[in-house]
Design a protein around this ligand. Structure first.
Ligand code: NAP
Ligand code: ZN
Ligand code: ZN
Length: 354
């Protein structure tokens, strides 16, 4: 007997999301059953629903910025009680034994972590279903604690991906006082990158293609804003950055950003576009011993660290709440970079239509 539930799924790369009935596993000893209250809408959801990356399996129920209430716990659960608020991010399992898992970096699990949606269920030959749904069953090891007040829960949901995906590289590359940090793209990830880099004490420069976002980026915590299409504005920052985090969701020329790094600086890519970026010019890297790097979401301990940091400082995402039925309209706006700055689905609007 499995738990019958429902959500919204795409049945193919060209179909729109629609109501879908499916089952969750019956809770195991260490499992939580979470009734989902809110789920953020990440650009990765759109990439995967449309099969812009390799390997989307259908039906695809997206969603990996999940906050909800625990409705049942297995007999061996120690971290959560029924009634608690719990969250789930981009992963629901990993091997737990490899060096990466032991280091709390489950996203780099050597056997591959189980993604919250479109992930392989070990041994079962099935794929996982994500947070655009009524409930989720997860091992408590992959459940996160949210210490924000109830009225901030919806706005805390995007921390589960947009928050930790920017937090992890900012911490790894030492963003903090005395460091000049660039954040490229003022979208879901980018606006969290600005807030977090600012809170960590770095001097933050936001890069946007949109002049209309100039003031907004300052309001989010940027010390300066550069319109990246403006060569004069870009040149004013030549060879001055310790670290630049690039969150852009589309392929573009990386050279103008490599030129802004100082000696030994790093440009880290988190944006994961459908098509590759053109190769950077080698001279932009060898002159100044610069690094081009990448970073994937964040491990469970660093996700909890980021959530607690944000709760202490009252940091949440700037969100637009939507009904489940409006997801396709939200995707259309996401493609135009027309969202301030994260859509969050109010799961109370999900009605049984299946
Ligand atoms: P988003 O809200 O759509 O933000 C992307 C931003 O990129 C836009 O707001 C826009 O900023 C900029 N942009 C879009 N098209 C552009 C273009 N053609 N040229 C230059 N800039 C452009 O998306 P998101 O949810 O933040 O996700 C961003 C990317 O990160 C996606 O590819 C997503 O899949 C990826 N991602 C990666 C990880 C990871 O672990 N590495 C985790 C989550 C998401 P401006 O308007 O300010 O220019
Ligand atoms: Zn995401
Ligand atoms: Zn592992």
């Amino acid at each position: 007997m499995a738990l019958k539930t429902f959500g919204y799924a795409a049945q193919s790369a060209s179909s729109t999301l629609a109501p879908f009935g499916f089952s969750r596993r019956d809770p195991l000893e260490k499992d939580l059953v979470i009734e989902i209250l809110y789920c953020g809408v990440c650009h990765s959801d759109l990439h995967q629903v449309r099969s812009q990356w390799e390997g989307t399996r259908y039906p695809c129920v997206p969603g990996h910025e999940i906050i909800g209430r625990v409705t049942a716990v297995g007999s061996q659960v120690t971290k959560f009680d029924v009634g608690d608020i719990a969250a789930v991010g981009c992963m629901v399992d990993s091997c737990r034994q490899c060096a990466s898992c032991k280091d709390g970096l489950e996203q780099y699990c050597e056997r591959g972590f189980t993604a919250t949606y479109n992930g392989n269920i070990s041994g079962a030959g099935e794929n996982t279903y994500g947070g655009y749904s009524q409930q989720i069953v997860v091992d408590e090891r992959f459940g996160l604690r949210i210490r924000h007040p109830e009225n901030q829960l919806a706005a805390a949901a995007p921390l589960l991906c947009a928050g930790v995906t920017t937090w992890s590289p900012l911490r790894h590359w030492g963003a903090g006082p005395g460091k000049k940090v660039g954040i490229v793209g003022v979208g879901g990830l980018g606006h969290m990158g600005i807030k977090l880099a600012h809170a960590l004490g770095a001097h933050v420069v936001a890069f946007t293609t949109s002049t209309a976002k100039r003031q907004a980026a300052l309001d989010l915590g940027a010390d300066e804003v550069v319109v990246s299409k403006n060569a004069v504005e870009m040149k004013a920052h030549a060879s001055s950055f310790d670290f630049i985090l690039n969150t852009v969701s589309a392929s573009h020329n990386l050279d103008p950003f490599l030129e802004l790094l100082k000696r030994d600086g790093t440009l880290t890519l988190v944006g994961a576009p459908e098509h590759p970026h053109p190769s950077p010019t080698v001279f932009n890297m060898i002159l100044g011993r610069k690094s081009l790097a990448g970073s994937l979401i964040g491990g469970i301990p660093e996700t909890q660290e980021m959530l607690d940091f944000c709760a202490e400082r009252g940091i949440v995402s700037d969100i637009e709440m939507i009904a489940m039925q409006d997801i396709e309209k939200a995707y259309a706006r996401l493609l135009k970079s027309d969202v301030k700055y994260r859509f969050v689905i109010d799961m109370g609007t999900l009605r049984r239509e299946v």
